[in-house]
Design a protein around this ligand. Sequence first.
Ligand code: TXA
Ligand code: MG
Length: 305
Amino acid sequence: MSAVEAAVSALQAGGLIHLPTETVYGLGARADDPEAVIKVFEAKGRPRFNPLIVHVADTALAERIGVFDDRALALAKAFWPGPLTLVVPVRDAGLACDLARAGLDSVALRMPAHAMALDILRDFGGGVVAPSANRSGRPSPTTQADAFEETGAFVQASPDGGDCPVGVESTVVSLLNEARYLRAGAVTRQQVEAVIGSLAADEVEGHRSPGRLTLHYAPDAPVKINIDMPSAGAAYLAFGPAAHAGPVIQLSAGRDLHEAAANLFRALREADRLKPSVIEIAPIPDEGIGEAINDRIRRAAGFVG
Ligand code: TXA
Ligand code: MG
């Protein structure tokens, strides 16, 4: 049996899989079966009020699960397959069960840009919930080995789809009433606005994207951000040339934000394995995908939520 076949039959049987995607590895289960979806919450230790993203192989299935208005169709056309999740009203609640949606009358949908993920989703045929495959609160896995370390004990299949090229979770845009940018990712606010016009002003985080309430992405060691001069004993995540007597883990020697995003979670894990007294992170420009990097490291440092 191929890795894709093993993953598909695990999904069919109501089991859990690792779903490699271009952003991070997901912990997947069939979206239409509450007994399968509950295993995702249990494996992650994830609060039940935090709804999951339903992954699809094509826009046709997405439109059966959710209601796509002109804005949703335009964004799907512009960015799917890709690292953009659309929150829309649910159309067929049987295809994305109440537990997957945490009881909301909306659903989050995404078509990932990853060949193996699309093979699995196409051959399975239905929607697949997949939060990041880490235990709740920990850094997201961007390699199969990291996914296995986090939740390998819970999955029936753990296909190796290589290292995730994007490295931070998808952008989440809500299209319920006014369009809102709920979570920063590789698809920037400006890119979304270029397609559907200006987004509503941000509201207090967490109100519409319930998962944003809790501490996230945190390694064991405390994290400090915006550090130019690392302290003795720190493991330092650098962005470009750095002078530090202790361990330096480079996010991007050439100060490339996409490279830094791809390396971010792996670097946090690597730093944590050194058991430093503190992990210090260089200032990261807040432009393009840098907004997503800063969002994740602020949460890792405990500044949000
Ligand atoms: O890149 C990604 O999106 C990865 C990969 C595996 O696809 N998945 C991922 O899933 O990050 P998760 O469950 O960790 O993040 C889902 C986010 C949470 O912030 C959640 O609150 C929000 O989407 N969300 C899901 N359904 C929602 C809804 N109906 N309304 C508002 N926010 C929703
Ligand atoms: Mg996550």
